[in-house]
Design a protein around this ligand. Structure first.
Ligand code: ADP
Length: 488
């Protein structure tokens, strides 16, 4: 016979006692028990008051009847049938406190105890017409209501009438009904509570199972729960989170693939050039040409690796941005100074328009990188007779802006939404600055890049609470505008 797996059972029992289901039902039961106890207590209190009032009324009525009909002699009493019940007690006590006559289910010693109690009560309360008390000295039926009435003449003494508080046993039935009813309600509530909690928690179980089954490589799984309740909302949130994770993993994968692809081409070129140069003795110009190409590929790879590093840091949130008041016109002047030699080499006119002082809160170095990327793109992509890149700054309604326009080929509308995507290049056939012009200087005529520059521009703008816009007309030129909140 297979022995039961005890540790597993123990674990399940522990889990059960720690489960939300158990705690929910426990709290529910405790609260219900308190409510039931309070309710039962209230009913019991009310009912017992009713019973006491009815008993007091009955005893007084009997006393009133006996008052007219009871005949007392020195040796006893006589009263008509029908006034007292079998359970009622009637005692005649003489002035010395001795029991002279008695009626009802009362043994001799109880009768004497009652007589002395009645005498005590009588002396305490003086000359009131009658005295009532409810603690009976009767052993088997303690719950009696007692009335003692003094006999004025001719012998003195007392008449004591005792009537059971609860002759029909209402108390017992009431207690039984309240206790049994409460226990039954509690039991049904517990069972129902477990059933309900089980049903309510079932989706959580499904979520747990699915989450357990999802691996890093299997992010396409979804819960697809239709419920409109809180758990349905949780499942939807979970699905949305999975979708975001999947997209992030996919982006990451694509990023690594694109980066590898970008690096593979220059590495192959470097490899080819070195192999060709080393294959046989060649004239000095051939070596110079090969080294020019290798340097240019190396520059491209350095730029690419720098961009990748910037993006990786951005993604990891490791970039320290220190925001201080920065004048955008200063940023433009510094950028123009740095890029003037490049523009001159490419025969591009770099001109500045209005440059009023425009202050924003930002990191100067990152802002210079942002404007540089835009101006470099302008220089790279501008063509035609009059090659010009124009830069200006300004403020409009509290928004500071820097605008970089060029007289380049423009960008077709279908490319604009993807322009800021990583590795997005409009003309993939355009190569990097390899020495394609045959002058052996390692500088190409055709522009080229990795497609990361504008992603970095966008990130810098966003991290400064701003945005980048682009407007372009094919054949006329392109304008990039970065906008930020101006400060005084
Ligand atoms: P890259 O390093 O290739 O320049 P960017 O992210 O800076 O990467 O630019 C993405 C693409 O957008 C470029 O490949 C180019 O095709 C296009 N582009 C960017 N700026 C301009 C511009 N001023 N004029 C025309 N096309 C541009």
């Amino acid at each position: 016979m297979k022995s039961p797996n005890l540790p597993a059972i123990g674990k399940r029992i522990r889990f059960f006692f720690h489960s939300i289901r158990f705690r929910l039902v426990l709290w529910f039961a405790i609260i219900l028990a308190i409510v039931l106890a309070a309710f039962s207590g209230f009913i019991y209190y009310n009912q017992s008051r009713n019973i006491q009032e009815v008993a007091a009324y009955n005893v007084e009525r009997k006393i009133a009847l006996l008052n007219h009909t009871l005949t007392i002699t020195p040796s006893g009493f006589v009263f008509p049938q029908g006034i007292l019940q079998d359970t009622d007690v009637l005692l005649l006590i003489n002035a010395n406190g001795q029991v002279v006559d008695r009626h009802g289910p009362i043994p001799g010693e109880d009768a004497s105890a009652l007589a002395s109690r009645a005498m005590e009560e009588e002396s305490e309360h003086g000359n009131s017409p009658y005295v009532t008390w409810s603690q009976g000295a009767l052993k088997p039926q303690a719950n009696y209501l007692w009335v003692s009435v003094p006999i004025v003449s001719p012998f003195g003494g007392l008449v004591i009438l005792g009537s059971p508080l609860d002759p029909t046993g209402v108390y017992g039935k009431l207690i039984f009904t309240l206790v049994a009813g409460s226990l039954l309600t509690l039991a049904i509530a517990l069972l129902g509570g477990f059933w309900l909690a089980d049903r309510a928690m079932r989706p959580v179980h499904t979520i747990t199972q699915t989450a357990r089954g999802i691996g890093e490589t299997d992010l396409s799984r979804r819960l697809n729960m239709k419920g409109r309740d809180e758990l349905g909302e949780l499942a939807n949130t979970f699905d949305a989170m999975l979708a975001r994770l999947q997209a992030a993993f996919e982006r990451q994968r694509q990023f690594v693939a694109d980066a590898s692809h970008e690096l593979r081409t220059p590495l192959t070129i470097v490899n080819l050039e070195t192999s060709r140069a080393l294959a046989s003795r060649r004239p000095a110009e051939d070596y110079q040409h090969a080294l020019g190409i290798i340097r240019s590929e190396n520059e491209f790879m350095t730029g690419l690796v720098n961009d990748l590093l910037t993006l990786a840091r951005m993604d990891a949130g490791q970039t320290a941005i220190e925001k201080t008041p920065v004048d955008l016109s200063d940023v433009v002047v510094e950028t123009v100074e740095r890029l003037t030699p490049l523009a001159a080499r490419k025969e591009v006119r770099l001109e500045t328009g209005d440059l009023p002082e425009v202050h924003i809160l930002g990191d100067r170095q990152y802002l210079i990188q942002m404007v540089s990327n835009l101006v470099e793109n302008g220089i790279k992509y501008t063509d035609g007779q009059e090659k010009c890149v124009h830069i200006e700054t300004g403020t409009t309604d509290g928004t500071a802006w820097v605008r970089v326009s060029d007289t380049g080929p423009g960008i077709a509308a279908e490319h604009l939404p993807h322009l800021f995507d990583r590795f997005y290049r409009i003309d993939k056939s355009r190569t990097r600055p390899s020495d394609g012009d045959g002058d052996g200087d390692g500088q190409a005529e055709a522009p080229g890049g990795s497609g990361l520059g504008l992603s970095i521009v966008q990130w810098i703008a966003q991290v400064h609470g701003g945005e980048v816009r682009v407007e372009s007309t094919v054949g006329v030129g392109t304008t990039f505008e970065a906008r930020f909140k101006a400060v005084d």
